[in-house]
Design a protein around this ligand. Sequence first.
Ligand SMILES: *Cc1c(COP(=O)(O)O)cnc(C)c1O
Length: 354
Amino acid sequence: MTETLDIKITKTKHSRLNETDFDNLPFGKIFTDHMFVADYADGEWKNLQVVPYGDISFSPAISSLHYGQSFFEGIKAYKHADGQVSVFRPDKNAARFNKSAERLCMPTLPEEIFLQSIAAVIDVDRDWVPAQANHSLYIRPFMFATDRFLGVAPSTTYSYMVLLCPVGPYFSKTLRVKIETHFTRAAEGGMGYAKSSGNYGGSMYPAKKATEEGFDQLIWTDAKDHKYIEEMGAANVMFVLDGTLITPSTRDTILDGVTRDTVLTLAREWGMPVEERRVSIAEIIEGAKNGKLTDAFGAGTAATLAPVGSISHEGEEYFLSDPQTREFSQKMLKALNAIRYGDAPDVHGWNYMV
Ligand SMILES: *Cc1c(COP(=O)(O)O)cnc(C)c1O
């Protein structure tokens, strides 16, 4: 039994719900009427509140702006046919939230605050959860340092917030991806496994270079030798090679994705051979050449499964089969959606009803 937390709720007098065009929802740009806020000071979390969404005011000296003590999470909520709303596996995000916090010398957040903060703000903005097919509510919990101090040292005060964005179907065009063998996202001993804001700032320059070369995404490789595949953009990467689902094993350079875990769990239940291990560039290129690489996709909350259409390596482009004809990822996407939208029994207890 967890106690129900004391969360103060202040509702907006001016809802923007009726002026929002739910048929045109650019990702991450439309925010619901409310947000969750809490403060950390004197060693504890306090002032748990749902307030109207709006600008916040801080000193320009807060250390998160200068030294990057800041991280986030990404989760989705779905509206079922009967109108109920569920959040997909938020307990996994709660655990990862605290891994990120520890890596950045930031305070952990009790799981009940994480879960109840999300439930509280969604409850107030329940009508914002889109009901159209393949739509969802994107949930962005985050924490940042708020001490006014220009010394490089952990802050003693922090803010925790949750924002909500109604989102449409992710435009999953077939991706043209490049294996990156120069730039690095994360190195051993670094913070690649944390959803630390700085990781994303650092990935933009290589991503921009790749875009200029005509690619949609990068496949990151190990920092040491650039011989092993790690992730794809801000998603995990998975392959079906000779009938086996393979994906890089998690380590400190790899974000332990909830979508990745969900796909691996379902695939194992289906009796599919699954391997979590180091995945070399050489075997993927070989599989693309000899036709044994029958599926390749990114896996993450925002995109769900993003099909890879071609993989480029050292100036050669290798084309894969038409994503519409790929048995595994098509079946997986259907299964995932059926669970999340409540159209299939939730035998794993993955849907957190709010
Ligand atoms: C968020 C993220 C993922 C995907 O994680 P999910 O929990 O499935 O959303 C994978 N890699 C990186 C680098 C990420 O930031």
